[in-house]
Unconditional design. Structure first.
Length: 534
């Protein structure tokens, strides 16, 4: 019995940092930002939650710390569970509801997550001495900068105001993390000074070989990394290679980052869309997967506004097609495009036939060009003007122009001269604006990452239906705008309607506007122009 009793005694836990972890812990507090890791296994998560204890911050009554993972399941499994064995030994008590440890002197260490980009704003109102990011590349640049710029502060000189992170290459934040921490000094170990703020940051590269504790506990760990399914994943996890993986595909902005122009935003407040703007709808359908439907309006300047979406899972065709009919009532849709797979013969009525039956609309086949759709979305999200042809062409050369005319004729000469004509600056950037009620698109587009197997394409993932549907929608809008008839007389017609409407509003006389609009409309294209029904 005594032997059994001796074996069941609580084990006294001891912990000591590896040499790389010790370097990370002892970075001076004048280094505001620091990234640790690269490869898998050097003890990134561990050092983030041990840091407040090693530095003794937990003994200060005014200490406030926050450690983040992107999702709650990751937070619970990777950090909260592992923190118990160490934090309890300090006499701290854990509040399950608030997800935080409160130390005996009153300070606390909280744990949080921000699954959707806007979730990061829920930490407004609290100042943190220390913010740790576990797997930083799982976060967007907006989330990181929003929190560290506004919430990392100290109310006493006895405590720091710093942020620390650990991460592997890859995922949605790969590109911006690499540009911020790795590109300026690929080998790390160099204090970087931000040219705009003067704040310091540091990258400490580490590999699994730096973690002797892991290799002692699991000698086969390195061999297991060889089993990773792709070369890109292997190079990222085993070697910490930041230049094999590419990360976030689209620079999607809720609002501009500090160094970006005011128009670097894609999400806006809804407004009343003029009824004469053409409207287009696109559908990415599925039963086991989600059904996503998007409605867009095209302004006279060509800008596209996503003003409504429908996003549901496990809905029968009769349900979502009928709902589409209800929601589209009064929209005067020019085009409805449907996922091309809806035309597949399944031995009964095809999906497109059932859609027509329940909705009353005859759909067009959506263009399923994945690479072309990705590039198109890039262009619609772009907020900086393209270089003008004149800027690329250089200086006009009369001698060369004469030579072209003499050797190649008038057409080539005219083509050369046009390179140097003044071009109007792009004013309607970005060309896509998303109403803030379209939450599925807002949540999905920032999470698109490149496919390691096909670096030109977006990696497919569960819940990517809004991305596919948005591709269809923008391709339909572009096809509508690029039609020679519509892009010419139709959009001139829209612009004239816009001017007349604005003038009518100023005069307080919209009756004459509707009369003029009907006359203009009859000369251009069959199109229903009427007051909005109330």
């Amino acid at each position: 019995m005594s032997e059994i009793f001796e074996e069941s005694k609580p084990q006294i836990l001891e912990w000591s940092p590896t040499r790389k972890q010790e370097t990370f812990v002892t970075l001076p507090d004048t280094v505001f930002e620091a990234l640790y890791g690269g490869a898998a296994g050097p003890g990134k998560t561990e050092i983030l939650y041990m840091l407040p204890l090693i530095r003794g911050w937990h003994q200060h009554p005014r200490y406030k710390g926050l450690i983040l993972r992107r999702t709650f399941p990751e937070l619970e499994a990777e950090i909260i569970v592992r923190s118990h064995q160490w934090y309890e030994s300090t006499g701290a008590t854990y509040n399950q509801q608030k997800k935080r440890w409160t130390f005996p002197n009153g300070g606390y260490q909280a744990f949080g997550h921000a699954e959707h980009e806007k979730d990061i704003t829920k930490y407004d109102g609290v100042e943190y001495n220390y913010v740790g990011w576990d797997e930083l590349t799982h976060f967007t640049q907006y989330q990181y900068l929003y929190l560290v710029a506004s919430r990392v502060r100290s109310s006493t000189s006895q405590l720091p105001a710093i942020t620390r992170a650990g991460s592997n290459p890859g995922n949605v934040g790969h590109t911006w993390v690499r540009q911020r921490f790795v590109d300026p000094a690929r080998e790390g170990l160099k204090v970087l000074v931000d040219k705009n703020t003067g704040l310091k940051r540091f990258y400490l590269p580490a590999r699994v070989e730096d973690n002797k504790h892991l290799l002692e506990n699991d000698p086969t760990y390195i061999a297991k990394l060889e089993m990773l399914p792709t070369e890109a994943e292997k190079r990222a996890k085993k070697y910490g290679d930041w230049y094999t993986f590419e990360g976030q595909v689209f620079n999607f902005r809720l609002e501009p980052l500090p160094d970006e122009p005011f128009n670097a935003r894609h999400v806006i407040e809804p407004f009343a869309i003029p009824f004469w703007w053409p409207r287009v709808a696109a559908i990415d359908w599925g039963f086991a997967a989600h059904v996503w439907i998007g409605w867009a309006a095209i302004a006279p300047d060509g800008r596209v506004y996503l003003y409504r979406e429908y996003f549901q899972k496990r809905k029968m065709i009769a349900e979502w097609a009928s709902e589409f009919k209800r929601l589209s009532s009064g929209d005067n849709l020019e085009t409805v495009c449907l996922d091309p797979s809806a035309w597949q013969n399944r031995g009964v009525e095809t999906i497109d036939q059932q859609f027509t039956q329940y909705s009353g609309y005859t759909p067009e086949r959506a263009i399923n060009d994945r690479i072309g759709g990705k590039l198109l979305l890039h262009d619609y999200l772009r907020w900086t003007p393209k270089p003008r042809t004149k800027d690329i062409a250089g200086t006009f050369n009369q001698e060369l122009a004469t030579k072209i005319l003499r050797n190649y004729g008038q057409a080539k000469y005219t083509e050369y001269v046009k390179f140097f004509e003044e071009e109007p600056e792009e004013q309607n950037l970005p060309k896509l604006q998303v109403f803030e009620n379209c939450q599925a698109v807002i949540d999905t587009i920032p999470n698109c990452v490149y496919d390691p197997e096909n670096p030109e394409d977006v990696k497919e993932f569960d819940g990517d239906d809004p991305y596919d549907g948005l591709r269809y929608l923008l391709q339909a809008c572009s096809r509508f705008k690029d039609s020679s008839f519509r892009a010419g007389r139709r959009f001139d017609h829209m612009a004239k309607m816009e001017r007349n409407y604005n003038e009518g509003q100023k005069r307080g006389d919209l009756t004459s506007f509707y009369i003029q609009a009907k006359e203009i409309d009859n000369k251009v294209v069959p199109f229903s122009v009427r007051p909005r029904r109330r």
